[in-house]
Write a protein that binds this ligand. Structure first.
Ligand code: PGA
Length: 252
């Protein structure tokens, strides 16, 4: 039985006082929501103060990126061990914004996934197609290629613990969601790829989220799809009430 997972990606938002205010508002709103895993991913600068607010709650801490090396001359980067040090459990990797603005490649993402597992962090790997890919009937092929390249350094045991977020790029921050049935088809395709490469056990356990303009108003239509095990939420995770509504729609 896969436990649904709702993760909030705060992106480059919230100074420390605002991040603390948001988490203080969220904690009581979801305090009785048992049966779903709840993750918040503040920017690096707010990880420590937000993490302090989470002790004794049912929310866990996630980060938005890491660097693959253990330590060394990598100015401006953050290692997996540094995140673990702050109480981080999950890390978003391969988000389309990093692929677009930082030029992250699938090879780099594969290295980051390996570094995350080595440090016992659980990655949320983001994959998804551009609008032109979908319009030209290439959406599944694009996502399949991303999976092949991103997962190439992992074992079946690791893939069992992975979360894969299917995020069509054209749906991120646009208010234009995928059709729930299309998202479910993609989730099934992702699970088939995992089954093919890592076996039926990994395919049964890997959790697949939908992401892209998820809101309190539409989350149920995604989370009620059989193969969709959660949501990766951007904009709506910055509003405690909206995020709490999304969490509640994941409870089965
Ligand atoms: P959005 O972002 O919910 O604002 O569309 C989702 C994401 O980028 O993870």
């Amino acid at each position: 039985m896969r436990v649904p997972i709702i993760a909030g990606n705060w992106k480059m938002n919230k100074t420390v006082p605002k991040a603390v205010a948001l988490i203080q508002e969220l904690v009581p709103l979801v305090a009785h929501s048992q049966g779903a895993e709840i993750v918040v991913c503040p920017p690096f600068t707010a990880l420590y103060p937000v993490g302090r607010e989470l002790s004794g709650t049912n929310i866990v801490l996630g980060a938005q990126n890491l660097f693959w090396a253990d330590q060394g001359a990598y100015t401006g980067e953050i290692s997996a061990a540094m995140l673990v040090d702050l109480g981080v459990s999950y890390v978003i990797l391969g988000h389309s914004e990093r692929r677009a603005y930082q030029g992250e490649t699938d090879t780099q993402i594969a290295n980051k996934l390996q570094a995350a597992f080595k440090a016992a962090l659980r990655p949320i790997l983001c994959v998804g197609e551009h609008l032109t890919d979908r319009e030209q009937g290439r959406a599944q092929a694009v996502v399949e290629t991303q999976l092949e390249e991103d997962l190439k350094l992992l074992s079946s045991e690791q893939v069992r613990q992975l979360v894969i977020a299917y995020e069509p790029i054209w749906a991120i921050g646009t208010g234009r969601c995928a059709e729930p049935a299309d998202a479910a088809d993609m989730a099934q395709m992702i699970r088939n790829v995992v089954a093919d490469k890592f076996g039926p056990g990994a395919a049964a356990e890997v959790r697949i989220q939908y992401g892209g303009s998820v809101s309190g108003a539409n989350s149920h239509s995604f989370l009620s799809q059989a193969g969709i095990d959660g949501a990766l939420v951007g904009g709506a995770s910055l509003k405690a009430e909206d995020f709490a509504t999304i969490v509640k729609s994941a409870l089965r």
